[in-house]
Design a protein around this ligand. Structure first.
Ligand code: GLN
Length: 305
């Protein structure tokens, strides 16, 4: 059996000895205040084991990682019809790009770009009475932790400065792919991005993607097996924007990053692993998070390939 605790401690200690490059996400003023040197990891396995190292207990803003949950909840409601509103192709563009939308008639290339996630939020507003609460409850449920909360300070900070997201939601509406009021869609998206979790809560939540869509106790089925397979495929191909190919090449796991510095990745049928380190590379992905996971799958030989 793989000695996960020793491996994660070794990699964590080793990376701490090297300088971490990159910058925190200062375009969201509140995230600019986060301690850039934080570094936490949690691994949870589908046989119920948990391993941690570093700042795993500290909460951080999950940001774009929430797009996986937004999509899961819209997908279970709409099934394949959802793909009429948003594609499943890697975009090769930055997360906040407006670039291809006009050419693509307002159909975002994939649900993990900001444009795609805004369309998914619009769908959620149509199918849930209170989508914001539904997302939070689902995270509480699948993580087994009722303490997960929004961070209203982060949400307000981003709402005050989120000019690109304002542009995106208005552009999408003008192209006919938003039905609800733009403010409602914008607010839902940014409230959800502000959800605060620690590495353990995140790793526990994402175990559903390693466990055929259900929690370990079998009490909650977020997705069926076929939907879980597809969610993992989208994470692999689109989870890291214009760095998705690099992540697949270097790490070899489906995963998702956020500009709060979190990355969560999954080995289906085995484990989920969350890493948090706030310094981001130029693609908006955690510098140390990527390095950690690359070393982790190399050391264990455990990846999907
Ligand atoms: N809330 C952030 C934004 O919309 C999320 C981006 C990210 O985490 N990549 O810009």
């Amino acid at each position: 059996m793989t000695d996960y605790q020793t491996i994660i401690e070794q990699i964590h200690n080793d990376l701490l000895k090297h300088k971490s490059y990159g910058e925190v996400a200062a375009y969201i003023p509140e995230l600019a205040m986060v301690d850039a040197e934080k570094f936490g990891v949690c691994l949870s396995t589908i046989d119920g084991q948990i391993y941690h190292v570093g700042d795993w207990q500290e909460h951080f803003s999950i940001q774009s990682i929430v797009k996986v949950m937004l999509l899961s909840m819209a997908y279970t409601k709409l099934g394949g019809q959802l793909w009429q509103r948003v594609g499943v192709e890697p975009s090769g563009t930055p997360f906040n790009s407006l670039g291809t939308l006009e050419h693509d008639n307002g159909i975002p290339r994939n649900p993990f770009s900001n444009a795609g996630a805004l369309v998914v939020c619009d769908v959620l507003l149509d199918v849930y009475d209170d989508p914001k609460q539904a997302i939070l409850e689902m995270f509480r449920d699948i993580s087994g932790d009722p303490g997960i909360e929004f961070d209203p300070v982060v949400a307000a900070s981003e709402k005050a400065t989120g000019y690109r997201n304002v542009a995106l939601v208005n552009f999408l509406r003008s192209l006919g792919n938003i039905n609800n009021h733009v403010e409602q869609v914008f607010n839902l998206y940014l409230d959800c991005c502000s959800i605060s979790m620690n590495s353990e809560q995140l790793a526990r939540s994402f175990l559903v993607y390693a466990n055929n869509g259900k929690t370990l106790d079998g009490q909650t089925q977020l997705l069926n097996s076929s939907q879980t397979k597809r969610m993992n495929a989208i994470m692999l191909t689109c989870g890291f924007y214009d760095e998705a190919g690099d992540f697949a090449y270097q790490v070899g796991l489906p995963g998702k990053s956020g500009v709060g510095g979190g990355i969560v990745a999954v080995l289906p049928k085995h484990f989920s692993i969350a890493v948090w380190s706030p310094r981001l590379n130029e693609k908006g992905n955690s510098y140390r998070g990527l390095k950690f996971l690359e070393r982790f799958t190399s050391a264990t030989g455990e990846s999907i390939f």
